[in-house]
Design a protein around this ligand. Structure first.
Ligand code: FAD
Ligand code: EPU
Length: 337
């Protein structure tokens, strides 16, 4: 296997951070991975890289970066309208969504155009426009970095939450996800309740709803407000939308009547962090090449030469000012390295 030394990661992370990995290896099979496990002393501490679209590198990686490139899409079985479909972790997520749409398999059309690879999708339970991967997730197969065995995790084992899973918490850095199986359906269950989708479908003159039409609407909305990382470095939403208890929400509403909130579980309300950040005056702010996007305040951007440290420092200022104004603590969604 080819081990690269001092390998540039700039084109492998969507923020475009100009950092290096002391050691780097890509793997396309389980056998490659096992070989890396037995030959590389840094294997257990190795960092797994997917598409690099949810990472902020603040420094060079002084260790081993393992890039998961396991490919392949297989239809495992069909049972009535249900379809069990498995994809390799190294498949680009959006191509997988398009593959499912072409085959008439419904369930992930609202997740079109999310960057990154299939393997990372359960890590933070990717979500958009009223759907999360947990809604269609069946199981995944992951390699344990210590015991060198493959383990299967079913939906209930993953402890999915809003941008959360067991792989970000108690099993953090322990498993390498190699394959993901979804349970999709040949009978669509459309999720167009998200206001902007309905409006977009109307604007597109769609009369007959289809999963392709929903995906096209989602893609149009996303393209209009999220910066394309090929043009401006970013990692999507930098922070999570905070969930606060209803009493606190009611207090905030007295002081800030325009504040929005969506009830979630157990008496909590989710409030849009983009709105909080905008209210603090950050939207469109730029400091050197680090900035807060002019169309979506939740997205921090690298206009070219910002370092990970520059972006992180800007995020600190945003966290502090949102806390000062609203006494709401923002939590970063992006993985900081
Ligand atoms: P990476 O960034 O490479 O990795 C993310 C984390 O997962 C790291 O901790 C890494 O170690 C780990 N990891 C990656 N692959 C594996 C693996 N095979 N096994 C174990 N660990 C692994 N996210 C959403 O949820 N919804 C959105 O709407 C959304 N929109 C976005 C829009 C833009 C413009 C951008 C740039 C990002 C957006 N994201 C969104 C965030 C991002 O696309 C997702 O989090 C995506 O799943 C990250 O995939 P990745 O392959 O790039 O992961
Ligand atoms: N808003 C503002 N100002 C802003 C940005 C947003 O007031 O600068 C308001 C909007 O007007 C809207 C509300 O905030 O009323 C929500 O905005 P939007 O629909 O754009 O979604 P979001 O909450 O900012 C979340 C996800 C996105 C996902 C979209 C669509 C998180 C952290 N982010 O963003 O995911 O694509 O909803 O479902 O939950 C990502 O994770 O990287 C990501 C892009």
């Amino acid at each position: 296997m080819n081990i690269e030394l001092d390998y540039p990661l700039k084109s492998l992370n969507s923020f475009g951070m100009d950092v290096y990995a002391r050691k780097f290896a890509g793997f396309t099979t389980l056998e490659d991975l096992q070989e890396l496990h037995t030959t590389q002393k840094e294997f257990n501490q190795g960092f797994i890289l997917g598409g690099g679209s949810n990472i902020l590198f603040t420094k060079n990686v002084d260790g081993l970066v393992l890039k998961n490139e396991i490919k392949g899409i297989e239809i495992l079985k069909e049972e009535g309208d249900d379809v069990y479909i498995r994809a390799g972790a190294g498949e680009p997520w959006h191509s997988f969504v398009l593959y499912c749409i072409e085959h008439g398999f419904a369930g992930i059309e609202n997740l079109a155009l999310i960057p990154g690879q299939v393997g990372a999708s359960p890590m933070q339970n990717i979500g958009a426009y009223g759907v999360e991967i947990k809604d269609v997730f069946y199981c995944l197969d992951a390699y344990h970095k210590e015991d060198g065995k493959m383990h299967t995790f079913y939906n209930g084992d993953c402890e999915f939450g809003y941008r959360e899973s067991v792989f970000k918490r108690k099993f953090k850095n322990q498993f390498i996800i190699n394959r993901v199986t979804l349970k999709l359906s040949k009978k669509p269950n459309y999720h167009i309740e998200y206001g902007a989708i309905r409006q977009q479908l109307n604007e597109m003159g769609i009369k007959d709803l289809s999963i392709r039409a929903v995906a096209n609407a989602v893609m149009a909305i996303r393209s209009a407000k999220l910066p394309d990382p090929k043009i401006v470095g970013n990692a999507g939403s930098f922070f999570k939308n905070p969930e606060i208890d209803i009493a606190k929400f009611e207090d905030l509403k007295k002081e800030f009547p325009q504040i929005m909130g969506y009830p979630v579980s157990n008496g909590f309300v989710k409030i849009p962090a983009g709105w909080l950040i905008e209210q603090c005056g950050w939207k469109g702010y730029r400091e050197g090449d680090a900035g807060c996007h002019p169309l979506q305040a939740l997205v921090l951007v690298n206009y070219g030469k910002a370092t990970g440290e520059d972006i992180f420092l800007l995020s600190e200022k945003i966290v502090n000012s949102v806390f000062q104004k609203f006494t709401v603590q923002l939590e970063r969604e992006v993985n900081i390295l």
